[in-house]
Design a protein around this ligand. Structure first.
Ligand SMILES: [Zn+2]
Length: 267
């Protein structure tokens, strides 16, 4: 079968079932998806396994995950691979935009939000990379294109389409008897996870409700005291109540702040 090189336009002969192609004339890496030929890029990894794990641990120690997840989680597996995504560049009056769609099935859809730095795209070279680290695409170009159209993009504005293999460390870890997956993108070190042991918001919501009740009760007590001390003089009674409220609110805030502090430390 013959295809046309996207770069130099030469006719290139390909074997049946061959999808990763190098143009013999201009050395461009190409990807053949049925009859559609696109550039085939790869982004290089800048992280060693232990450095990627360091990034994961820092993310686990961060604010949105449960307290001490970095110490309590047991990492059971760390796997390195290049994951394929469809890369679309669109050009319109507002400038260039890049859209990514996973080209293989993944539980971590967050990778759509990935930022690909300009200049990071290198032609795929099958002589450099281990074949078993390259995840083969199983989402066709056509379905990626319909996804793009479905998200409101005029396909006439697509100025470039390519298949890009992005380096990832996939970590599997256990926490509280459940297993989780997190990805560390190995060119930037960014962590991606859809589902993770998140901080519970319930204790803060309960505290918030408790605070409202506490301030209402405090106000009532202040008015009762104001009227009790200034019987007959309405204006004086209200003024006294306002002065009491300033101090009483301050006093009530102290235990609430202390409780909030302990909740934040614990979860
Ligand atoms: Zn070529």
């Amino acid at each position: 079968m013959q295809i046309k090189c996207t770069q130099c336009g030469a006719d290139v002969t390909v074997q049946q079932d061959e999808t990763f192609i190098e143009c013999p004339y201009c050395a461009s890496a190409l990807f053949l998806d049925k009859r559609k030929v696109v550039f085939h890029y790869l982004i290089n990894s800048n992280f060693k396994p232990n450095e990627a794990e360091g990034n994961l641990k820092r993310w686990m120690a961060g604010n949105h995950t449960v307290k001490d997840l970095d110490q309590k989680a047991q990492i059971v597996k760390n796997e390195f691979y290049y994951f394929p995504v469809w890369y679309f560049k669109t050009k319109d009056s507002s400038g260039d935009k890049i859209f990514l769609q996973p080209a293989a099935s993944t539980s971590v859809s967050e990778i759509k939000k990935l930022q690909i730095p300009a200049g990071a795209l290198k032609f795929y070279d099958k002589n450099v990379h281990n074949d078993h680290e390259i995840v083969k695409p199983d989402v066709l170009y056509d379905s990626a294109q319909s996804w793009l159209q479905g998200s409101g993009i005029d396909l006439n504005n697509v100025s470039e389409a390519a298949l890009v293999h992005i380096p990832f460390y996939q970590f599997n870890y256990n926490f509280n008897g459940q297993s989780f997956t997190a990805l560390v993108e190995a060119s930037s070190g960014q962590v991606y996870a859809n589902i993770y042991p998140a901080k519970s918001e319930a204790p803060f919501k309960i505290l918030f409700a408790l605070s409202i009740v506490a301030f209402i009760v405090t106000s009532i007590i202040c008015y009762v005291a104001g009227f009790a001390l200034n019987s007959g003089d309405m204006v004086e009674a209200l003024l006294t109540a306002e002065v009491f409220k300033v101090f009483a609110y301050g006093l009530v805030s102290v235990p609430l702040i202390v409780i909030a502090y302990f909740i934040a430390k614990k979860i």
